[in-house]
Design a protein around this ligand. Structure first.
Ligand SMILES: O=C(O)CCC(=O)C(=O)O
Ligand SMILES: [Fe+2]
Length: 333
């Protein structure tokens, strides 16, 4: 059955987020990779979210990044502002943690974040600013004495997650009935922006319009999300407009598709609305890595995702233009 025909038949009222085993991602046997791609296709068409297990990132690496995140967010606000990356187009409000607003109907996001992007692992310090991409700029790290080991430990997780992300593109290509190399020339300088996020607990009377991160879709191809064990916060919206919990599952990461994939596949792959609500009474940390294509790549619908009954839904723009427009909408308010 063609992708367009399959898309007509799938139920979008999912009640949970599937778990996919990545054990065979590097299998020499093409039929094993095909099987994996079929499960990924199903998750992408029905849910737009899935957990992955056996993803290859050691727990000690994620724990190292978490420990650094905790230390960083414990710094006084002035120190945190010094480490404000020029990748961030935000106009952070110093007196409050509410900076971005992902849901225009909400009252702001109750989270703080540290953002950074790709830098050459061989550079002793990130002296060379990135030249490519509309959001180019050098990473700005906290002072070494403020959080010793921060850059090294956080980058260790970053490189591990980027490498996982790169290994997923061939599987996504197979899932779309394309050659496994399809994304190779489109991901030469992949946008790979990581955020360390801290959601303070909501105490006192809860304003229902203030939540951790308001309902939104992600902008890039896909996100690799690590969430702190033991704290339920992430929720995913199904077609019945019901919020489905996506609790942390030990040993897994969450993968969710973003708008670039939805545009590329004419909505056959879902970029699903989600939010994070931290009503746990304790702090919560999470670490998303937003993985895109090169910013000059045009988000044109793939021929297999278009038919006379399913005409193209989106205007064609480049990945960079799209991300820039969403950044401006989220932080200029
Ligand atoms: O913290 C989470 O669980 C979700 C974060 C998220 O959706 C985002 O940063 O786009
Ligand atoms: Fe998100």
């Amino acid at each position: 059955m063609s992708l367009v025909d399959t898309a007509q038949t799938v139920d979008l009222d999912f009640q949970n987020v599937p778990v996919i085993d990545l054990q065979n991602i590097g299998s020499k046997d093409p039929s094993e990779r095909r099987k994996l791609a079929d499960t990924v296709r199903d998750a992408c068409m029905r849910v737009g979210f899935f957990y992955v297990k056996n993803h290859g990132i050691p727990e000690s690496t994620t724990e190292g990044a978490l420990e650094m995140a905790k230390k960083f967010f414990d710094l006084p606000i002035e120190k945190k502002m010094e480490a404000r990356s020029d990748l961030q187009l935000r106009d952070l409000n110093k007196s409050s943690l509410i900076s971005g607003n992902n849901n225009p109907y909400g009252a702001g996001d109750l989270q703080e974040g540290f953002e950074f992007g790709w830098e050459d692992p061989n550079l002793a310090d990130n002296k060379a600013a990135k030249a490519d991409g509309v959001m180019a700029g050098a990473n700005v790290w906290p002072a070494k004495e403020d959080v010793p080991g921060f850059r090294e430990q956080v980058l260790q997780y970053y490189y591990a997650a980027v490498s996982l992300g790169k290994s997923l593109f061939p599987i996504f290509a197979l899932a779309l009935d394309l050659p496994e190399t399809f994304f190779d020339d489109k991901t030469q300088h992949s946008a790979a922006l990581m955020k360390l996020l801290h959601y303070p607990p909501q105490t006192g009377p809860v304003d229902e319009r203030v939540i951790g991160i308001g309902a939104h879709t992600d902008w890039e191809c896909f996100t690799i999300l690590w969430q702190e064990p033991g704290i339920q916060a992430l929720q995913v919206l199904n077609s019945e407009k019901k919020w489905i919990n996506a609790p942390p599952i030990p040993g897994t990461l969450v993968i969710n598709l973003g708008d670039q994939f939805a545009r590329w596949t004419n909505d056959i792959f879902k970029s699903t609305v989600h939010r994070a609500v931290n009503r746990s009474g304790v702090r919560r940390y999470s670490i998303p890595l937003f993985f895109g294509t090169d910013y000059n790549v045009k988000l044109e619908p793939m021929p297999s995702c278009v038919s006379p009954e399913r005409p193209p839904k989106y205007d064609v723009i480049t990945a960079g233009e799209y991300v820039k427009s969403r950044l401006e909408a989220t932080y200029n308010h």
